[in-house]
Design a protein around this ligand. Structure first.
Ligand SMILES: NC(=O)c1ccc[n+]([C@@H]2O[C@H](COP(=O)([O-])OP(=O)(O)OC[C@H]3O[C@@H](n4cnc5c(N)ncnc54)[C@H](OP(=O)(O)O)[C@@H]3O)[C@@H](O)[C@H]2O)c1
Length: 267
C-alpha cells in the first residue's frame, strides 16, 4: 500500500530467465507472426516476446527462424518455429492447427510476410505477379479466415485480440514498375477494412500499417540505412495498436520516413 502522497510502484513481473520487466501487455497471450525470420517480422516478434507473448513464427529459412525463436525464448516466452512457404495456401490450415495444438489459443495474427519485385506492366512475368499476390495477399487472407474464430474466442475470455497487416506505402500510392506489388498491397486495404467491420463488435482490433522504406533486406540500394524507417519503428506501431483501449481501434497507420529524400517511392 503506497503511503499518502507517494506514487504507486509499477507492477513488476519476474520472468523465468530471472529478468524483471515492467507490467507486460500480452502476458500469457499467443501471436502468430509471418515473415518472422528477419527484418520487420523479427522486430515485431521480439517486441511481442518482451510483452510476454508466446509466439508461432513462420518463414521459409529455417536458420533465420531459429535465430528469431532463440531471441524470443531468451525473453522468457515459448516460441515455435513453423517453416513454410506461404504461397502453398493448402498448407496454411496446418499452421493454425499446430499453433492451437501447441498453445491451446491464438490471440494475435501479424500478417507481415511479403516480397517485392520491380517490373514494368509492359513486360512483367505473369508467374511473378501470381506469386506477389499469393505471398502478399492470398496467404494473409487465408490465415486471417483460419485464425479469426480462435481470436474472437480469446476476446470472449478476456484476452486481447488483433489482426495486423503490414502493408506498404505501395499499398496507398501508385508508382511505375510496381503493379503486381501495388495490386496485392492495395487489396489488403479493402480486405483489412472489411474484416474490421466483421469483428469490431466482437472487440477484435484490425489494423493495416503502411510503412515507407524500412531498413531491411528489401531496402532500395539508393538509400542509406539510417535514412530509412527502422524495423523497431514498425514494431512500435504494432505495440501501439495492441495497447489501445477497448473503446478505440487504430485501423490504419501510415509511417513516413522523416527524411524527404527517402520519402520518394523510387529514386
Ligand atoms: N523494407 C521495406 O522498405 C518495406 C516497406 C514497406 C512495407 N514492407 C513490407 O514489410 C513486410 C516485411 O518485409 P521486410 O522489409 O521485413 O522484408 P525481409 O527482410 O525480406 O523479410 C521478409 C520476411 O518474409 C518472409 N517471407 C517472404 N516470402 C515468404 C514466403 N513465400 N513464405 C514464407 N515467408 C516468406 C521471409 O522469410 P523467407 O525468405 O525465409 O521465407 C522474411 O522472414 C513485407 O510485407 C513488406 O512488403 C517493407
Amino acid at each position: 500500500m503506497p503511503s499518502a502522497g507517494m506514487p504507486p510502484k509499477p507492477h513488476v513481473t519476474i520472468i523465468p530467465n530471472g529478468l524483471a520487466t515492467d507490467n507486460r501487455l500480452l502476458e500469457g497471450h499467443v501471436a502468430l507472426v509471418t515473415g518472422a525470420g528477419r527484418g520487420i517480422g523479427r522486430a515485431i516478434a521480439q517486441m511481442l516476446a518482451r510483452q510476454g507473448c508466446h509466439l508461432a513464427l513462420v518463414a521459409r529459412n529455417v536458420d533465420e527462424l531459429e535465430a528469431t525463436r532463440a531471441c524470443c525464448a531468451a525473453a522468457g516466452v515459448s516460441a515455435l518455429a513453423l517453416p513454410l512457404d506461404l504461397a502453398e495456401t493448402q498448407r496454411l490450415p496446418t499452421v493454425v492447427e499446430q499453433c492451437m495444438t501447441h498453445f491451446g489459443q491464438l490471440n494475435v495474427l501479424v500478417n507481415n510476410a511479403g516480397w517485392h519485385q520491380f517490373a514494368s506492366a509492359l513486360e512483367a512475368d505473369l508467374a511473378v505477379w501470381d506469386r506477389l499476390i499469393d505471398v502478399n495477399l492470398r496467404a494473409a487472407m487465408h490465415l486471417t479466415r483460419l485464425a479469426l474464430p480462435a481470436i474472437v474466442d480469446g476476446v470472449t475470455r478476456g484476452r486481447r485480440g488483433a489482426v495486423i497487416f503490414i502493408s506498404s506505402l505501395g499499398g496507398k500510392f501508385s508508382a511505375p514498375t510496381n503493379a503486381g506489388y501495388a495490386a496485392a498491397k492495395h487489396a489488403l486495404a479493402g480486405f483489412s477494412g472489411s474484416v474490421f467491420e466483421d469483428v469490431r463488435d466482437a472487440g477484435v482490433k484490425v489494423c493495416a500499417i503502411y510503412p515507407g522504406w524500412v531498413n531491411t533486406r528489401l531496402l532500395a540500394d539508393w538509400l542509406k540505412p539510417e535514412e530509412a524507417i527502422q524495423p523497431e519503428d514498425v514494431a512500435e506501431a504494432v505495440r501501439f495498436v495492441l495497447a489501445s483501449s477497448p473503446t478505440v481501434c487504430p485501423t490504419e497507420i501510415v509511417l513516413h520516413t522523416q527524411s524527404s529524400r527517402a520519402g520518394r517511392l523510387f529514386a
